[in-house]
Design a protein around this ligand. Structure first.
Ligand SMILES: Cc1cc2nc3c(=O)[nH]c(=O)nc-3n(C[C@H](O)[C@H](O)[C@H](O)COP(=O)(O)OP(=O)(O)OC[C@H]3O[C@@H](n4cnc5c(N)ncnc54)[C@H](O)[C@@H]3O)c2cc1C
Length: 418
């Protein structure tokens, strides 16, 4: 039985040689059958299992992960959380996610280092300012917070930016103070521990290699650890979605692309929150250890590789230098890549189907980390009730057939531009 983490358990273990800690979750072996199988032990899969057990009392659940939990995008992202969306299909969903982030650590009894240090999107032209004003108003209408800063406001918030001789002068920014960062691995571990405590089996090193179908209904999966039957099978495998649905002869409006992130050597505190460049693709925050964590665009071609290429390194560093020339002498410690499930309108899919017994959670583009709590919450609802919740009602797969797109960036069916 796992104890509750608290100041008392910390003290008790400190005084007894740290011998009282138990594993945070069981290393479960797969059972022959479950009520629900969730494929993918990233943040979304584990959050789904947790909310299935907690909110709907469905505890005969397995999360099947081909490697170790968090080894996909959940453990590779740049940890930004925010709810600064424009469109009505998106904003209430992401604001619900933000509210769940705000109570997450108490809910799952795990320190996920949720840090509401602010997210600032810079603007560099009058047109961009107007677009941000519109977005800020839309956020407020959905109950989120937003502040439109002028140049003086940005100078006060982030004085280290290049204001005086910049190629793209900074005119102001849209600030969401409740946005920020969370420790990505700790989010995975927190959901895993909480789900396990409610009886969910977390089965690692268990790759799904096929589906069991009877009379057209998905009734289980084939895995590297044998067949496992299930009443319902939910896919939450992010960039691997099209690989798995190919096994069912399904083609989805998803392309996989690689996205790279970088971390620098440690610095004294410099960047107060998350700052994004409005004249190129670059975003930066500073980890609690002092490293700058930054990234930019995806590589411009489809790939299932978990590492990027040099042209993107150059592109990201150029944008970074345009915004913060002082980082030119900073050493990059590491860079890594993850596989993005880019959808045709840049918005996700959380839906029943498209085959009986199958449920989809995918299309997160490069914004799925911030969605983790709401994605799990809504996917659990959809699995439990066989229908979407109002918050994910717009994230239906058939919107690509009916034309009800949620094109936040307005770039059309060009996944590499979302
Ligand atoms: C470099 C980078 C930076 C990012 N920055 C941000 C950010 O700052 N903010 C933000 O909101 N989002 C960000 N994202 C996006 C975010 O990380 C993803 O959208 C989100 O993590 C996807 O959901 P997930 O956590 O469940 O995916 P994953 O962690 O990828 O989970 C899917 C899991 O499925 C497993 N799997 C795959 N195939 C199989 C199979 N056949 N059988 C069993 N298991 C399988 C994988 O091993 C993996 O663990 C970033 C992504 C990357 C790569």
């Amino acid at each position: 039985m796992r104890s509750r983490y608290s100041v008392f358990s910390l003290l008790a273990n400190a005084l007894t040689g740290q011998k009282g800690w138990t594993p945070a979750w069981r290393d479960a072996a797969p059972k022959p059958a479950y009520d629900v199988i969730v494929v993918g032990g990233g943040g979304h899969g584990l959050a789904t299992a947790y909310y299935l057990a907690k909110e709907h009392g469905i505890r005969n659940v397995a999360v099947l992960e081909k490697g170790h939990i968090g080894s996909g995008n959940a453990g590779r992202n740049t940890t930004i959380i925010r709810s600064n969306y424009l469109l009505p299909g998106n904003e209430p969903f992401y604001e619900w996610s933000m509210k769940l982030w705000e109570g997450l650590e108490q809910d799952v009894n795990y320190n996920s280092m949720v840090s509401q240090r602010g997210v600032l999107n810079l603007y560099h032209s009058d047109a961009q300012r107007d677009a941000y004003a519109r977005r800020g108003n839309s956020m407020r209408m959905a109950g989120a917070d937003s502040e439109l800063l002028d140049e003086a406001g940005v100078r006060a918030y982030a004085p280290f930016l290049n204001f005086d001789d910049a190629r793209f002068p900074i005119k102001g920014g849209l600030l969401q103070r409740r946005g920020g960062t969370a420790r990505h691995d700790a989010v995975v571990w927190g959901y895993a521990r909480a789900a396990d405590k409610l009886g969910v089996d977390i089965v690692q090193n268990c790759e799904v290699t096929g589906f069991i179908r009877e009379n057209g209904v998905v009734v289980g999966v084939e895995t590297t650890r044998g067949p496992i039957r299930a009443g319902k099978v939910g896919l939450a495998v992010a960039g691997s979605t099209s690989r798995l649905t190919r096994l069912l002869d399904l083609r989805l409006p998803i392309e996989s692309h690689v996205l790279t992130a970088f971390v620098s050597e440690g610095l004294k505190p410099l960047v107060p929150g998350v700052v994004t460049f409005g004249a190129g693709h670059f975003y930066v925050s500073q980890s609690d250890k002092g490293g700058l964590v930054f990234g930019g665009d995806i590589d411009g071609y489809n790939s299932y590789a978990q590492r990027g290429n040099l042209p993107v390194v150059e592109d990201v560093c150029e944008a970074g230098m345009a915004l913060m020339p002082q980082i030119g002498r900073l050493r990059v410690l590491r860079s890594w890549g993850g596989i993005m499930d880019m959808s045709m309108d840049g918005s996700p899919i959380i839906d029943v189907g498209p085959l009986p017994g199958l449920y989809l959670n995918c299309g997160w583009n490069y914004g799925g980390f911030k969605a983790t709590p709401a994605s799990g919450w809504c996917f659990a609802w959809t699995l439990a009730k066989d229908a979407p919740h109002a918050l994910n009602a717009a994230y239906r797969l058939d919107r690509f057939r009916t034309g009800h797109m949620i094109d936040e960036k307005g770039v059309g069916a060009q996944p590499n531009l979302h």
